[in-house]
Design a protein around this ligand. Structure first.
Ligand code: GDD
Ligand code: MN
Length: 374
């Protein structure tokens, strides 16, 4: 993406703060932000609260400052969608997001905004660059958790602290990006990837432990993070995210096929109907593969499932033919030299057929059967 940061001249910043039950932390934070404002950084504050009913609304009525706005969402819930709502309601060219609990020092706001004016696509308040730190008192569990989450974000960005909820992006960069999926907690990572931010600057911060209230980082949040990583993979590496599950489903199909033959053989063992057992096992395995491929490899396909199913089966028929003719060929060439028995020829034939099918089926399914929507 072109670096739009350099075109930002405005010194005004919209500070967006998602809150849930943060009435205890807000007064101190708002005062610290007001001090930044007094020191010459023009800013507005937008707090997006999810109906906490803990005195947050009364606090804003009391403070009654024109640059401090409260939006209360009565029906919607969730950190990321709250951040997006705040961005929608904001007025300035520079958008900055931070936590309410005092973990993120508002004193870093001017430097983070300046980074964008200096040409960055995105800036992050970072614990993991020289000069940054984390307050003691983080349990081992939370630390390990944070490290694992950071490593999982590696394929998308080389930022040291991509999990940070303290970040800054230009309105124009946000608007030029792809549609956002407000799943889970990591809206910062989502923005870096979907808005194709290349030049990300990390501003060192000291990350404080919250003094009031408690963290909302639950097991559910971690599960959502996993789903979020998958959706980012599909966005950034669409071919790989389709081919890899396709190959794994194919592998599972071998196990299903062999298992079915064994099970069918136990109660239906007459030799004359062996061909029928094989046929049933092949059809069931194809259906198994179809169901999983449709979900995992071709998740974005449009169109009728019936048409997809018959397309899938038709495509499968071709590697089966390749297997048949390869087996036949090696069995025949074995006859001449006397070295190839039918089982060996079958093995060679099926390996060739499977390798061919892996590539051929994926391409045909991707381009002909499971066509993507516009
Ligand atoms: N509106 C709204 N709705 N706000 C929420 C919600 C919600 O459902 N859940 C959490 N928040 C607000 C909190 O009130 C707080 O201001 C901020 O989002 C972060 O929530 P915390 O509960 O304090 O999160 P955390 O400290 O566990 O995680 C923070 O640090 C992580 C890095 O260690 C966040 O900044 C994460 O984004 C960050 O990855
Ligand atoms: Mn916190």
């Amino acid at each position: 993406m072109t670096h739009q940061g350099s075109s930002i001249s405005s010194k005004s910043v919209s500070v967006i703060i998602p809150t849930y039950q943060e009435a205890g932390s807000l007064p101190t934070l708002l005062d610290r932000i007001a001090a930044i404002r007094d020191s010459g950084c023009d800013l507005e504050v937008i707090v997006v609260d999810d109906d906490s009913r803990d005195g947050t609304e009364e606090l804003f009525e009391r403070r009654n400052n024109p640059w401090e706005r409260l939006i209360v969402r009565r029906t919607e819930r969730g950190l990321s969608s709250a951040v997006l709502r705040g961005m929608d309601e904001s007025n300035h060219d520079v958008l900055l997001v931070m936590d309410a609990d005092g973990s993120h020092p508002p004193e870093a706001i001017p430097a983070m905004a300046q980074a964008l004016r200096d040409g960055a696509d995105f800036s992050v308040g970072s614990r993991y660059v020289p000069g940054g730190s984390t307050e003691d008192g983080w349990g081992v569990l939370r630390w390990v958790n944070s490290k694992i989450a950071t490593v999982m974000a590696r394929p998308f960005t080389s930022v040291r602290d991509p999990m940070s909820g303290f970040f800054c992006i230009a309105r124009s960069t946000w608007k030029a990006g792809a549609e956002l999926d407000p799943i889970g907690y990591k809206i910062g990572l989502e923005l870096i990837v979907k808005c194709r931010c290349v030049n990300v600057v990390e501003v060192p911060i000291h990350f404080s432990t919250r003094r009031e209230g408690e963290s909302k980082l639950t097991l559910k949040v971690q599960w959502e993070y996993l789903l979020h990583i998958i959706s980012l993979c599909r966005f950034k590496y669409p071919r790989l995210s389709s081919f890899l599950p396709f190959a794994l489903v194919g592998l599972s199909g071998i196990a299903v096929y062999v298992g079915l033959l064994a099970v069918l053989g136990t109660f239906w063992s007459s030799d004359e109907t062996a061909w029928l057992r094989i046929l049933v096992a092949v059809l069931l395995t194809m259906t198994w593969n179809f169901a999983w491929d449709r979900r995992l490899a071709f998740w974005d396909a449009r169109g009728s499932i019936v048409r997809q199913y018959f397309g899938f089966v038709a495509v499968c028929a071709i590697p089966l033919l390749v297997t048949y003719f390869a087996t036949y060929f090696f069995a025949r060439s074995g006859e001449d030299t006397g070295g190839f028995g039918l089982p060996t020829a079958g093995l060679v034939g099926s390996v060739i057929g499977s390798a061919f099918g892996l590539v051929f089926n994926w391409f045909c399914n991707r381009w002909l059967v499971f066509r993507q929507g516009k």
